[in-house]
Design a protein around this ligand. Structure first.
Ligand SMILES: NC(=O)c1ccc[n+]([C@@H]2O[C@H](COP(=O)([O-])OP(=O)(O)OC[C@H]3O[C@@H](n4cnc5c(N)ncnc54)[C@H](O)[C@@H]3O)[C@@H](O)[C@H]2O)c1
Length: 278
């Protein structure tokens, strides 16, 4: 019988940026479970080595590339790693995951240096790395690009207006590019995470233990996200099972954006007014 499991990624070469920890590591592990060969890119050499070892220990193929994707020169390391896998400027799957909400604070107190830093870590590298590997995908008439945005790209967020604007840019770049390259068999999609426990957002530590029983009132699905929640979706989007999905941005947030502003008080009561008002 023909293997009709379209979710498999056997032998496909996937590059994930920011893959040593958090959502990027969850994505790398999910792609590996589906059979992809991996190039893991990260600025943190020690964490990267540990993640590459963990993936190899599971019997999968993984290579680490230490690079800072904010730097133009990082492209040399990325293309050299792809070439060593026999892919030159080609890749089957590209996941642009690096991003950070810092520096944050009141916009009235922000500087041009702050804006440039946020641009560099959230959007500029998405353009640079995509521009590097897209021609190879177009040439081979096949490829899947997944950009990691944020629910903040959909909503207003105080003290993070510039970060949120760049995450919105990632979403619109995803949509625009998808319309350009669909004709070449290349798909471009985005995921938009929220409240996921990672080194950047160690939510269980940030929220005082006395409030942990409130998590279910805040997140409709009753828990914070895990890197695996994102990894499994990215693996699906990368696969032929999603071959007619492009230009899409999928929120992976346990329902926080859908409920925006609404909180559960108990099983039957919800509120959308600040606590002190009631
Ligand atoms: N965690 C959340 O709740 C959440 C919410 C919304 C959006 N996101 C987005 O998801 C993505 C991943 O977030 P996370 O929470 O897993 O982050 P994280 O900070 O926990 O992990 C990011 C990884 O990227 C690496 N990295 C950072 N800067 C880099 C650079 N310049 N070059 C190469 N590697 C670099 C880090 O070393 C780390 O391994 C980001 O784009 C973030 O904006 C996360």
């Amino acid at each position: 019988m023909q293997n009709d499991d379209l979710t498999r990624l056997d032998d496909r070469l996937a590059l994930v940026t920011g893959a040593a920890a958090g959502i990027g590591a969850g994505v790398a592990e999910a792609l590996a479970r589906k059979g992809a060969r991996l190039l893991l890119v990260d600025i943190d050499a020690d964490a990267l080595e540990a993640e590459v070892e963990a993936i190899r220990a599971g019997g999968h193929e993984a290579t680490g590339v230490v690079a800072d994707v904010r730097e133009r020169s990082s492209i040399d390391a990325l293309t050299a790693a792809a070439a060593a896998q026999g892919m030159d400027t080609g890749l089957d799957i590209l996941v642009n995951n690096v991003g950070d909400h810092q520096p944050w604070g009141p916009f009235a107190e922000s500087s041009e240096e702050d804006w440039n830093a946020i641009y560099a870590v959230n959007f500029e590298h998405v353009l640079r790395v995509t521009r590097t590997f897209l021609p190879g995908m177009i040439e081979r008439r096949s490829g899947s690009i997944i950009n990691v945005s944020s629910v903040e790209g959909f909503r207003g967020v105080p003290h993070c207006a510039v970060y949120a604007a760049h995450k919105a840019a990632v979403l619109n770049f995803t949509a625009g590019l998808s319309t350009e390259v669909g004709q070449f068999g290349v798909r471009v999609n985005a995921i938009a995470p929220d409240v996921t426990d990672t080194p950047q957002f160690p939510l269980h530590d940030l929220i005082a233990p006395k409030y942990h029983d409130q998590i279910g009132n805040w997140v409709p699905m009753g828990r914070f996200g895990t890197p695996r929640d994102h990894g499994d979706l990215v693996a699906f989007l990368a696969s032929d099972a999603a071959q007619w999905i492009t230009g899409e941005s999928i929120r992976v947030d346990g329902g926080t954006l859908a409920s925006s502003g609404w909180f559960r008080r108990d099983e039957r009561r919800f509120t959308n007014v600040p606590r002190d008002f009631i």
